[in-house]
Design a protein around this ligand. Structure first.
Ligand code: CA
Length: 230
């Protein structure tokens, strides 16, 4: 049986002391943490599909926390965001946003308080997120990490599973190789790599059944699209 994957937290904060405090505290609490101090890079990472929650400072170089928050709410509305703010920075623009997925902590805060908030937000997000993704006769069970086609289990490696789950979440949409690369492999990968094409090839072979090719289509000069109807 697969263990539930480690939950990944993105920390967007530019004060090294706070970053260090957050990183050590969240790691001790069992989370995988990635930290970034720049607003532009922070937004890029926040929109990648690989974080379960985001801890976001408001005052950042490059791009402000409010802009990042708005972009995340548009593109990835189910991802919980915990906003860190100095007293007085928090204004109606933040507090007026959909409160369900946005939480606030006023600096200074204790680590216990932060970890409790992160856990509470992750629990709330899990309850609203679907545990199964479906496209035609393909089903991906996110909790057991089991994939079936027409009811038959398709054994996938971890990377193949993450790739399929990403395509299923965006079913019916063309997604670029770069988007896929960022979401499944992370940005530290060389964008010139053909790893996405290689893994799409693996997935197609594993998902096809006689007379029934995998519904993953190549979209010319863009990337790939998984058909919703299968
Ligand atoms: Ca700051």
């Amino acid at each position: 049986m697969n263990q539930a994957a480690e939950q990944r937290i993105l920390v967007i904060e530019d004060e090294p002391g706070i970053v260090d405090f957050l990183q050590r505290g969240l790691q001790t609490a069992g989370f995988a943490v990635e930290a970034v101090g720049d607003g532009i890079e922070g937004e890029r990472l926040a929109l990648a599909d690989r974080f379960d929650a985001i801890v976001l400072d408001l005052m950042l170089p490059g791009r402000g926390g409010l802009e990042i928050l708005a972009a995340v709410r548009r593109a990835r509305p189910s991802v919980p965001v915990i906003v860190l703010s100095a007293l007085g920075e928090l204004d109606d623009r933040v507090t007026g946003l959909d409160a369900g997925a946005v939480d606030y902590l006023i600096k200074p805060f204790s680590l216990t308080e932060l970890v409790a908030r992160v856990r509470a937000q992750l629990r709330a997000a899990e309850q609203t997120a679907p545990s199964t993704l479906t496209a035609g006769d393909i089903e991906v069970h996110l909790i057991t990490r089991r994939t079936t086609r027409g009811g038959t289990t398709v054994p996938l490696s971890n990377t193949e599973f993450e790739l399929l789950a990403y395509l299923m979440r965006h079913r019916g949409q063309a997604v670029s190789r770069l988007q896929i690369l960022a979401a499944v492999w992370g940005y530290d990968h060389d964008p010139a790599t053909n790893i996405v094409d290689v893994y799409v090839g693996y997935l197609r072979r594993k998902l096809r059944t006689p007379g029934n090719p995998a519904p993953i289509h190549t979209v010319r000069s863009v990337g790939y699209r998984l058909d919703a109807a299968g």
